[in-house]
Design a protein around this ligand. Sequence first.
Ligand code: GRF
Length: 218
Amino acid sequence: MVLKIGVLASGRGSNFQAVADAIRSGRIKAQISLLISDKPGAYALERARQAGIEAFYMDPKEFSSKDAYFQRIAEEFRAKGVGLVLLAGFMRIVRKPLLDAFPWRVMNIHPALLPSFPGLHGQQQAAGYGVKISGCTVHFVDEGMDTGPVIIQAAVPVQHDDTEESVSERILECEHKIYPEAVRLFAEGRLEVNGKKVVIKGNCKVTGAGALISPPIE
Ligand code: GRF
């Protein structure tokens, strides 16, 4: 049975698009069954419709609590037979009802090399701090803010005259590579969470010195 994916998005949805494109090209054996947005005007909704994927806005204010909101999301995904949930620019902390329904089956992409610069505006934090290298991280989601086990990371240089925009652009290009890659590894049953570590099973090269993406994309 092909893996079914549920997506949560709040904004432009370029990472959702990257995963959808990788599925369409045959690189990932999976299908996206449903996209839910907490923002009515999210461009991700439009992208989903254009790709023929069911998508709708769900207003958090219509629910008695945050837990109730995430409980409903879990039910919607379960009804579709979802086996993996992707946060794609979803601007809320995921609550327990969804995490309990999908244990180590919720992934997120963060625009910094975690555990550095968690939270909002990872790119701006990196540019402002003066680090020489930043990047992006795909991780499984736990109850903390960007604290779950790391799956893949990609590094990019940061120059002294970089702005939030220029760093964001460089990082985004890597995001669109590593998020589909993490989904592919999951779809192939190759990710195993062992404490804080994600073990990648099968033929996967270990990080070489100077590798930009770790593990390197096959
Ligand atoms: C990305 O930078 C992602 O890392 C962060 O939010 C942004 C979402 O962009 N979590 P998009 O909606 O996928 O284009």
